[in-house]
Design a protein around this ligand. Structure first.
Ligand code: PEP
Ligand code: MN
Length: 339
């Protein structure tokens, strides 16, 4: 159920509604919007009685939610969410660029890439310290040592650190060293991890699962939000199909599809979405044109020596070129479109 407050509802009236929700043993999610506050209710197994709220002072409307999601939806918050990562944002006017190597391999490698990322004007640095590899014999990441290198990158360049947590203990560590928790495709339905991220003060980058439908992806975001963390960014990173010319099939139609349902920002990962160096820039351009709020791009100073995902890594020069191109497209899009 969703309770929409009157435009001029007082703080006291909102708190009163929240109190009644809590007394019923449910969780209240007040979302202050530009024109009105709406309050989502979670934690109820069956229907909540609308009559309890309809006549409370300040209440404009009580809406029964028939969809499986309650908090990600535009019904609750018609304005787009802007996710704050320190003083940087995702979902605002500026195209967010998150770039860096797939895995942190050494201090020298991380700093070589970070320097270019910083110079490009991007605000976010990515890099895995814990890698979810298909084979247990492949490089698994440097672990906490990798996180320490990432923290140094932040101190030197002021870049915000986006890094993956593979499990709940990993979230504790990312909270110590990073700025944004990445939940990977393979973990999109790891519900205890989603719940843990939902209790974190850090924003979350939620990748779409390898074979996830739109609903499953949005419900994974709902798990995080239901715990009280509303700072969630969705990331389309390609899904498994019969196609063999790419590593994954990048589903750019997911961007307008998400927009129609959710207020959450959505970014695109053309690196994992294609798996091929030569496809990354064209798909990045397309992603921005279709309305993505940002891009996450894998970059390496020596892709041929990368310990993880070398075939899709851009060189430093290719990355610079990509940034120039997507910025032009972003400016042109915002000049002609209201997406
Ligand atoms: C990554 O970003 O390096 C990664 C492992 O991504 P995904 O979870 O989308 O495969
Ligand atoms: Mn990777």
């Amino acid at each position: 159920m969703l309770i929409v407050m009157q435009v001029d509802a007082a703080e006291r009236q909102i708190s009163e509604v929240v109190s009644v929700i809590m007394e019923l043993g449910f969780k209240a999610h007040p979302m202050p919007g530009a024109t009105r506050t709406a309050i989502g209710i979670t934690g109820n197994q069956g229907a909540v009685e609308a009559t309890r709220f309809e006549n409370m002072p300040g209440v404009a409307e009580v809406i029964r939610v028939t969809k499986p999601y309650k908090l990600i939806t535009l019904d609750l918050q018609p304005e787009k969410t802007i996710v704050h990562v320190g003083d940087a944002t995702i979902g605002g006017d500026e195209l967010a660029i998150i770039a860096g190597p797939c895995a942190i391999e050494s201090r020298a490698q991380a700093f070589a890439v970070a320097e270019t990322v910083h110079k490009s004007g991007a605000r976010f640095f990515r890099g895995g310290a814990y890698k979810p590899r298909t084979s247990p014999y492949d490089f698994q990441g440097l672990g906490e040592e990798g996180l320490k290198i990432l923290a140094e990158v932040r101190d030197v360049y002021g870049l915000k650190i986006v890094t993956e947590a593979l499990d709940e203990a990993g979230v504790d560590l990312v909270e110590c060293y990073g700025d944004m928790i990445q939940i990977g495709a393979r973990n999109m339905q790891n519900f205890s991890l989603l719940r843990r991220a939902g209790r974190s003060p850090l924003p979350v980058l939620l990748k779409r699962g390898i074979a996830a439908t739109l609903d499953e992806w949005l419900l994974a975001a709902e798990y995080i939000m239901a715990e009280g963390n509303y700072q969630v960014v969705l990331c389309e990173r390609g899904i498994r199909t019969f196609a063999q010319h790419t590593r994954n099939t990048l589903d750019l139609a997911a961007i307008p599809a998400v927009r129609r349902i959710s207020h959450l920002p959505v970014i695109v990962d053309p690196s994992h979405g294609t798996g091929k160096n030569y496809m990354v820039t064209p798909l990045a351009r397309a992603a921005v044109a279709v309305g993505a709020d940002g891009l996450i791009i894998e970059v390496h100073d020596q892709p041929e020596r990368a310990l993880c995902d070398g075939p899709q890594a851009l060189t430093l020069e290719q990355y610079d070129q990509l940034v120039d191109e997507v910025r032009l497209i972003s400016e042109a899009s915002s000049a002609v479109l209201v997406i």
